[in-house]
Ligand binder design. Sequence first.
Ligand code: MN
Ligand code: MN
Length: 472
Amino acid sequence: MEELKDLKARLAMNRDGGAVKLNAEQKKEAFAFAEGYKKFLDAAKTEREAVSTAIEMAKERGFVEFIPGNKYVPGDKVYYNNRGKALILCVMGNDPLTKGVSIMAAHVDSPRLDLKPNPLYEDGKIALFKTHYYGGIRKYQWPSIPLALHGVIVRADGSKLTISIGENPEDPVFYVTDLLPHLGAEQSKRSLADGIRGEELNVVVGSLPYEGDLTGADSIKMNILKLLNEQYGLVESDFLSAELEVVPADKARDVGFDRSLIAAHGQDDRVCGYTAMMATLDMEEIPTKTCVTILCDKEEIGSEGNTGFQSSYLPYFIDDLAEPYGIKGRKVLSASQCLSADVGAAFDPTFASVYDPKNSCYINGGVCIVKYTGARGKSGSNDASAEYMGYIRRMLDENEVVWQFGELGAVDAGGGGTVACYIANMDVDTVDLGVPVLTMHAPLELTSKIDVFCTYKAFYTFAMRKADFNKL
Ligand code: MN
Ligand code: MN
């Protein structure tokens, strides 16, 4: 009779994989890959910076600006810049477009604090900025950490100013205050969600009064306005036409004695943005299928707006790509497959009760496939088909990509969404795939270098895939 352990080896799912499956050389490669990733994170702390950094890197690899109406041929590499906040990178493959394209879609916006349209005020001898948070933050996490200010301001005369303050060691940083414990007794009775309220996320920007005639009313605010005018030519009303984002001033750092993890802001979802982009830039030969990689904006607030994924810029781009061949864009989309490249919620042993350990992804388990996201019975989810899941797992196994699967927490513990449903709405076969993250949406999030590398490998494998997906 067959021994139980043999039966187990033959029939049961083995989840002891991940990092242990990589050899020493591959681990070294993963750590080296992380160095480039950290540089990208430090250079790209907003969606605009991610797009401009990506364009620079793409140009170095021979990508040129997309011209609608041009008939592109296999091997051509183009990029389409959507308003400086979203980007499409495209490498033309050998297959005709009627055979579909490989879409990888990640978002490069991240939860943060945005300045209000009229942010600057003075109160209690301090100058402050009012903010309105962007995306699903836990507000209590944002006080008492060094903050940087990034973004653009369009002045009344139409001229545009781009700023980044707080990233260089000699730069000042900004700061949200919290109560001292000595006076925090009443505040401590609030619920965690209410511990710091939206209107309490006020950013300290200065404290010295103007020394001229204006000493007195609003002299600290006026001193800040004077400095902003001297340094940047700004007047107060210029804040009305600005997109200014407050993000942690920290650089990406290694975590742990073994340096296996990375702590950095905005890894949801610039980690998938970077890995998908690098898979696209690193292609050594012409892919079989045309590869379309998208770095999109506004995912964290529902993919709204013309730079978000609910906008029509992707189908328009596909239309423009296909038109010179006399092919309808929708025919291309219907034959296409997509990896919705977004992060997964890694199992956190400290808060184990909100996960189903049997269906969670784990740090160092490799790239994570998420069949469905959503909340309250998969609502808002794409829920990939068995056929497409089968195609993807076969592709990863055949190419020895270390992968795992995961669900976004236990049933009814919460939930969330990705861009997967919007791509699937275009009649594209889609599944979520990405890097497991700990402390997602916090000012600094945690990922594993090995998972980042495995995700890059997964995207590269998908971009270079040869086999068609047979829908039936
Ligand atoms: Mn995300
Ligand atoms: Mn998110």
